[in-house]
Unconditional design. Structure first.
Length: 160
């Protein structure tokens, strides 16, 4: 099984991991991508992906995460919005609030926070699978716009 490149999963979705935060790496800031991200090291800030965010056993996320699919096997401190699926593995720990269309927590997995289901009509993919992708893209575009506005406001406040 290849770590990089594309492959179709069991649902026929094309998954491409084009960003890997290595085990010894520390990233701080905003990361926004169309493809999937694998975090093996430490990430602090905001992480947005139209694909999947995969947190390995050694990974630490101190971030708010928005993605189509989120898989947690390490430690995540922050809020999660999984537009299609959230999976918490047996070694996964989430300290924060979750919004997701579907949630799976393996035996041993931990979720400390609130969990809210996203409305089915907004989260379920259409028969072609395009609707879920469109919803994810639309949400991320709105979120990027909101983040840009708040950054500009902070800059103006700092200048005053």
């Amino acid at each position: 099984m290849a770590i990089f490149g594309s492959r179709a999963d069991s649902k026929g979705e094309n998954r491409s991991i084009d960003t890997v935060i290595g085990a010894e790496a520390v990233f701080e800031g905003l990361l926004s991508t169309k493809n999937s991200v694998c975090v093996e090291g430490t990430f602090r800030g905001t992480l947005q992906s139209e694909g999947a965010v995969i947190l390995s056993r050694s990974g630490i996320l101190e971030a708010d995460v928005v993605a189509g699919h989120v898989s947690v096997n390490g430690t995540l401190r922050g809020n999660v919005r999984a537009l299609r699926q959230l999976d918490v593995g047996e070694t996964g720990v989430i300290h924060g609030d979750v919004q997701a269309a579907s949630v799976t927590i393996a035996k041993g997995g931990v979720l400390e926070g609130t969990c809210r289901k996203i409305a089915t009509e907004a989260a379920e993919p259409a028969a072609s699978g395009e609707r879920a992708e469109d919803d994810t893209v639309s949400y991320l575009r709105r979120k990027r716009h909101d983040l840009g506005d708040s950054a500009r406001e902070e800059g103006l406040a700092a200048e005053a």
